[in-house]
Design a protein around this ligand. Structure first.
Ligand SMILES: [Zn+2]
Ligand SMILES: [Zn+2]
Ligand SMILES: [Zn+2]
Length: 149
């Protein structure tokens, strides 16, 4: 392995060291997962989906927010949104009401606002299509995970 690169055990490729966080528990060594994969692992466990499910969602959305056109290099800052009427807990869900990956602005501001006024105001196409046909549903990720636990 060359200098300045490290192997990610999840996406199975050599990546620049800047793609890795460090693990204080291992004396500051790079983590075994790159930042993107580490983020996927965290999101997958909070939302009771497999690593591959969440990875598929990132690929499907081309590592972009599902609503606005802001590009997120390596999926940084994308939040896994779910239906809060099903699971009111902010950071976790049952695994069957996830909707898609959103930037903080869309997830924390625009979408909650739109959900409150939905039906009382003219439909706003990007938000309406996200809610009526979310990426997770298009990928079949809103049914019980098959094969896992
Ligand atoms: Zn990786
Ligand atoms: Zn956004
Ligand atoms: Zn739920």
């Amino acid at each position: 392995m060359g200098r300045g690169v490290y192997w990610c055990t999840s996406c199975q490729q050599e990546l620049p060291l800047t793609h890795f966080g460090t693990d204080a528990g291992r004396g500051g060594l790079p983590r075994g997962n790159c930042k993107l994969c580490q983020g996927i692992v965290t999101r997958a466990s909070k939302h009771k989906r497999s690593f591959l499910d969440v990875h598929l969602l990132f690929e499907y959305q081309s590592y972009k927010c599902a609503i606005c056109p802001v590009v997120h290099a390596h999926g940084d800052g994308l939040h896994l949104d779910h239906d809060h009427e099903c699971c009111p807990d902010k950071g976790e869900s049952c695994g069957q009401c996830i909707r898609g990956l959103l930037c903080w602005g869309c997830n924390g501001g625009v979408l909650p606002w739109y959900e409150r006024i939905r039906g009382q105001a003219p439909p706003y196409p990007p938000l309406e299509s996200y809610l009526s046909d979310p990426p997770a549903a298009a990928l079949g990720l809103t049914t019980a995970p098959s094969g896992s636990e």
